[in-house]
Write a protein that binds this ligand. Sequence first.
Ligand code: SAH
Length: 466
Amino acid sequence: MQFLPVCLNLIDAPVVLVGGGAVGTRKARLLLSAGANLTVVSPTLSEELESLLAEHAGVWKKATYHKADLHGMTLVVAATPDNATNEQIFRDASARSLPVNVVDSPELCTFIFPAIIDRDPLLIAISSSGRSPVLTRILRRKIEALIPATYGRLASFAGRFRQQVKDRIPHESTRRLFWEQVLEGAVAEQVLVGREEQAERQLAECLNDSAKGFPGEVYLVGAGPGDPDLLTFKAARLLQSADVVLYDRLVSPAILEMARRDAERIYVGKRRSQHSLPQTQINELLVQLAGQGKRVVRLKGGDPFVFGRGGEEIELLAQHDIPFQVVPGVTAANGAACYAGIPLTHRDHAQSVRFLAGYLKGNSVEHDWNMLQSTNETLVFYMGLMGLPVICEQLVAHGRSGDTPVAMIERGTQPEQRVLVGTLDTMVEIVRRAQPGGPTLIIVGDVVRLHENLSWYGQTAGDRKR
Ligand code: SAH
């Protein structure tokens, strides 16, 4: 290891920076944000550096470097464009045993600046020991994406309770277990979404009554329309921490695989009019599992609140005072339309969009068809495969032109995505021939015409000639 990572306390420490250009400005920003008492030595200053110094009461010494500038300093940074000056600064600082950094010259550094992920008070520093700053930045982006922006809150929260927990649980390994449960469990989730009061109460209860155990929680998570890349960071994180995952037919296996390997998986699948677990039993199961202190993820296809019965599932949880969260997902209309190249609204074709249920009740699909006549509005029917003949017939019967374009997207966003295109007059026959099987979405309106030019994903089939 060429460099040992340490965290310096620079609050009010006298630090000198030689060089006032763009590179110097970047370093000054960093040093000032760490609270350094900064002096910049440079004949000129960038505009940004000038205002930074004004804002933080830093000092500008308008001059070229002289070794007397190091006097009384605790840290030295050189960012001049002149190599000879930089080398001189390095020699002078070394002679006085002062830590010195010459920007972009690892051989002239006794310390280096790592890339930082700042979730104050939580800090993550990444370094390639000066070999490849670009690589460290790429790595930083990747790690940053994994760590919620609010993680700093969690660190502050834990800090506030640190002593209290230490007094209460003197045994070190028991205490570590306690903190693991707090920081990876429902208490942490409460903190991350800003419900600190509830989190404090739960933590205090667990501390006072160790037999009580940690509370369970239910997360109603939107899994999107199938492509795992469309999962939100939050969905992925909760999936990886859940003890139990309840899922149904709409959730793709690739997404389910993201759950912890030892998590229990319960299929509560639904097919058209053929429920393997009635809704009331699903609701009760959620209450029961959370009551056992488990962290339960209920994965729903698309978005939980769009034709997802998410509302019903959380009603019972609310009645039982079980903490829950609802995590939005990409709904099928958004996912499938984007992947099929059909903008749901478009300045020239549609100024509004309506999501409708297309299932058959008896032999009809119940809608006020007179309301669905605007040619400036895109209609999206969910669950409409069986109802398609009724939908086309009713729209035409109430005045829509038989030429109105229609698309049916089967298994939208999935590798098997198929797009059938026709019109209100021709669509029923096209679908009869193509026999789609997976979940299908119907889009009605002029925007469907754009599919031909804008589609970029999956295969297309159907009557293009119209
Ligand atoms: N909550 C879900 C909808 C559940 S209703 C969401 O927000 O997407 C089930 C209906 O959603 C299906 O009948 C179908 O119309 C639609 N659907 C779900 N996933 C789909 C997909 N990948 N492709 C096309 N339609 C889909």
